[in-house]
Structure formats: C-alpha cells, structure tokens
Design a protein around this ligand. Structure first.
Ligand SMILES: *Cc1c(COP(=O)(O)O)cnc(C)c1O
Length: 359
C-alpha cells in the first residue's frame, strides 16, 4: 500500500539542493546463483557499491546533499570523525576534494588494526587529508556527544587559521554540528524510491530490503521511504555495533527528523524499525569466520566482493535468516550493498586465516 506517489516523494526531495557527485540510479540486479544456492526467496542486489566515488558506497549518496550544504555555508574545510578505517571519512574526503574543500579527519583507533597505510587510510593519505589519529577504547560508533570536546578544539583551530569549518556528524546521519537536517537519511528516502521504481520495471514486489546498519541514516531513510511508498516492504537493519534497544531509538529519531524535514504527512513508529543485533558477535569491525565465509560465498556465486565490517556481516545474517526460514519462499529480498570494500585489505591476515583450508 502506498500513502504517496513516487513523484510526490521525489518532489519533496528536490527541495534539497545537491551536488552532482555520482551517477544514479545504481543497478538493481537479480542474484540467480546465490538465490539458487540458498534455496529460499529470490535475492536481488542493489549496487550502492557502484556509486563511482572513491571505490563507492552508501556514503556517496549522502554526501551529494552534505557537500552542497557545506558549499552553501561557504565552508572551505570539512571536519568529521569515525574509526581508523572508516568508509565515511574516506568518502567525505574524496567528495570534499572534488569541490575544493579541505578534509580534516579525526580517526579513532577502535580495534586491533595496524596503523599502517592500507585500505581507507592509504586512500586518505593519497587524498592528502589532514588526518588526526586518536585512541578510543569503547569499540562503538562514536556519537556527537562522545567527541564534542575534540571537535570544538579542531573547529577553533580551523577558524584561527582564517578558514570556515563545516562539521559533518559521523556517518552523515543525525542532525548535529553544521548539519541542521538529516541530509544522509534524506538521500536514502530517494534511494528507496529509486529501488522501488526499478523493481516495478523488473516486475517484482520488494518483500524486504536487508542491509548493514551503523550510524542509522541509511535505515532511517529507507524506513521513511517504505512508509510513504510501500508499507508492506520491511526494512531489515543488521547492526554491526549497537544493541537493538538503544540503536532502534536512534534510528527512529533520525526517521522522525527526516519526515519533518521533508514535510511528509506520515507517521513512523518503533515497530517500523526492525533491527537484528545478534550478528554483531565479537564487536564492531571484528572479523569472524561466518563473515569471512559470507564474503567468499558471494564472490564464488556472483563475482561480487563484500566488505568485512558491514556488508559481510549483513550477508552472513541474510544467509542465516534464510536457513532459519525467516522469509517465505516466494518472497523477493533486496540486499543493499553499501560498499566499503577497501576495508578488505587491512583485514587480510584474519581473512586468510579464516579462509585457508584446515589440515
Ligand atoms: C556506513 C556504512 C554502513 C552503515 O550505514 P549507516 O547509514 O551509517 O547506518 C553500511 N555499510 C557500509 C559499507 C558503510 O560504510
């Protein structure tokens, strides 16, 4: 059931200016081999790993809106933060460079990855981002309030140097810093509309969209899109870091802010935010056997690579849920590939360890 039409929703989104950063739509492809091998519902893949900016990923959609906001606010330095091997930080740095803005990244060492130039950190280096590395023990996605002091310090430093900073919150999801609207989530309302149009053209109904959820913007945007355009479509977020009780509240808040920002006449409730937290296992960014196997499985079946922190976990979850009979056989599932593949490389030791044959 649709409360609104795709045209109406797109019109609301057009009210937000955006920089031209990526070619859209990204492909929506049926995974014939994978579907057959798993013996459950039809599984499609939405290729947001193919956004074409700095190896691709969901953050590029968000950044079309966020970089435009920074430009409108006359910023010449963008400040953000996340984990050492963050996809968000890399994508932000690349998008900023394209529009003549200098990236300043505060990267937290949250898990046992070497501080060597590999994966995203190497790409940050090539982009000549101003990188500040800090220690963090929490092993969680760091929220605005966790980093307020450091951000203020860096913001003042930039201002004293005669520049104009734009503080973009981690993941580009929640409002905060210089971002007064949930711009990242708005880009995923658009992604939902785009995917729905493609599914209609290809002649199938989307039962569920399953994806890795980290800072919540992607899930919030998709959930709002589903609420407005296709109430029967379930959005399944596979958490990679936080438990579902606390995380669900955050996603709901972002979703409500998104509805308000877009001026939609719909209401979203706790039940609309479906999160699985049982696949976090050892914690954020910690690779395990199931994830390594899922990364290999998709590469063998479809020749597509996943990442070890987000999409690998989401695929491990999808495989497990199909095995447990969570979906109906005649269901159609869209697996959203959110990118992140450069993180394969700094995880090479563990990956090879988990994948090599045991003697
Ligand atoms: C950031 C990220 C996610 C999570 O998206 P959020 O909007 O932060 O929840 C998923 N997959 C990859 C590869 C990411 O980089």
């Amino acid at each position: 059931m649709a409360v609104m039409s795709i045209t109406e929703v797109k019109k609301k989104i057009q009210g937000f200016p955006r920089a031209d950063l990526i070619p859209l739509p990204t492909p929506l492809q049926k995974m014939e081999n994978l579907s057959r091998a798993l013996g459950g519902p039809d599984v499609y893949i939405k290729r947001d790993d193919l956004t074409g900016l700095a190896f691709g990923g969901n953050k590029s959609r968000k950044l079309e809106f966020i970089i435009q906001d920074a430009l409108d606010k006359k910023a010449d330095v963008v400040i953000t933060w996340a984990a050492l091997q963050s996809n968000w930080c890399l994508q932000t740095a690349a998008a900023a460079r394209k529009f003549g803005i200098k990236p300043l990244l505060i990267l937290f060492k949250m898990y046992e990855l070497p501080e060597e130039y590999d994966g995203n950190l190497l790409l940050d280096y090539i982009l000549d981002a101003d990188v500040r590395i800090r220690e963090d023990e929490a092993g969680k996605v760091l929220k605005m309030e966790d980093v307020a002091e450091i951000i203020e310090e860096v913001e003042n430093e930039v201002k004293e140097g005669g520049n104009t900073p734009y503080v973009a919150p981690i993941g580009g999801s929640m409002k905060g810093g210089s971002m007064d609207k949930p711009l990242g989530a708005i880009s995923y309302v658009n992604a939902f509309a785009e995917t729905l149009e493609q599914a209609q053209e290809q002649g199938f109904k989307i039962g569920s969209i399953l994806h890795a959820t980290g800072s919540g913007g992607t899930q919030a945007g998709l959930a709002v899109g589903a609420k407005a355009l296709s109430e029967d479509t379930r959005i399944l977020g596979i958490s990679v870091s936080d438990d579902k009780a606390s995380f669900g509240k955050e996603v709901l808040t972002i979703a409500q802010d998104t509805i308000e920002a877009l001026g939609l006449n719909i209401e979203i409730k706790e039940d609309d935010i479906i999160i699985f937290d049982e696949y976090i296992k050892e914690g954020y960014g910690v690779l395990n056997k199931e994830v390594s196997d899922a990364v290999r499985f998709l590469s063998l079946k479809e020749g597509i690579f996943l990442d070890p922190v987000y999409t690998g976990k989401a695929m491990a979850a999808l495989m497990d849920l199909i095995k447990k009979g969570y979906f109906k056989r005649d269901d159609s599932i869209v697996f959203l590939h959110t990118g992140g593949t450069p993180a394969l490389f700094p995880n090479k030791r563990k990956l090879v360890d988990f994948l090599k044959p045991k003697d």
